[in-house]
Design a protein around this ligand. Structure first.
Ligand code: NAP
Length: 246
């Protein structure tokens, strides 16, 4: 098992890519803290992890709220004594073309997708420094690399988390802490459920592999990066998109 006895916190783990990541980590032997804003989805993910023979607990925490994050990290450390990996996965969209985007839409996406990543990492970094080991993984997006129609706010946040991953790779590398960003293409999860079917088909046509990605395919990437097999991968930005951007 790739992640045997490693302790991992995964944000936004109630569904989508986060849930698939929690499940993958649990199957690979990790002890998983399932963090989300929805208790029912947390319970569901914890149940799935346990059914797969893994070890998991869950706690509601909003990545905008430092107090809830500190409490969630404390629960993790009280239970398992350490934090080996943080997957900064929680994220939202609030799309509109620039001319129509409201300040509220812009701020909401920045607060969760950008500042949320900063908040979570602040909440775990001292523990990782004390351990002199750890892995930080930021969920970015191909939109953070190339931009996308109607996603000024999302592109800004996803570009920002790449910058933070690289900064932490420089700041923390000598302390035994690695930091990387993963840029998924279009993945079949609830976040893209609002995209019209016609647009989904058009997207599929643009992917050389002819299909959208599966949450498990991003989860596999996070699991590899969290494992010791990725021990020299630091400050990397890894695209997982079926060839969409070539
Ligand atoms: P998802 O299915 O919507 O799951 C995201 C999870 O994060 C949801 O359970 C969500 O809860 C939770 N969340 C939202 N706000 C939160 C907060 N303030 N604090 C804690 N948790 C919060 O999304 P996904 O498609 O799995 O995406 C996961 C990550 O990958 C995101 O960062 C996304 O931007 C990125 N990504 C996704 C795609 C894609 O095509 N799916 C592509 C590139 C990058 P609610 O549902 O209640 O909001």
């Amino acid at each position: 098992m790739r992640l045997k006895d490693k302790v991992a916190i995964i944000t936004g783990a109630g569904r989508g890519i986060g849930q698939a990541t929690a499940l993958k980590f649990a199957r690979e032997g990790a002890k998983v803290m399932v963090c989300d804003i929805n208790q029912d989805w947390i319970d569901e993910t914890v149940k799935l992890c346990k059914a797969a023979g893994g070890d998991a607990i869950g706690q509601v925490a909003d990545v905008r709220d430092m107090k809830s994050l500190e409490a969630m990290v404390k629960s993790t450390v009280d239970k398992w004594g350490r934090v080996d990996c943080l997957v900064n996965n929680a994220g939202i969209v609030a799309d509109a073309q620039l001319k129509n985007m409201t300040e509220e839409q812009f701020d909401r996406v920045i607060d969760i997708n950008l500042k949320g990543v900063y908040n979570c990492t602040k909440a775990v970094v001292n523990k990782m420094l004390e351990q002199q080991s750890g892995v930080i993984l930021n969920a970015s997006s191909i939109v953070g690399l190339y931009g996308n129609f109607g996603q000024t706010n999302y592109a800004a946040a996803k570009f920002g988390v790449i910058g933070m991953a690289k900064t932490w790779a420089r700041e923390l590398g000598r302390k035994g802490i690695r930091s990387n960003a993963v840029c998924p293409g279009f993945i079949s999860t609830p976040i893209i459920s609002s995209v019209p079917e016609k647009v989904i088909h058009a997207l599929e046509d643009r992917v050389p592999m002819g299909r959208l990605g599966k949450p498990e395919e991003i989860a596999n990437t996070f699991a590899f990066l969290a494992s010791d097999e990725a021990s020299y991968i630091n400050g990397a930005v890894i695209e997982v998109n079926g060839g969409l951007t070539i």
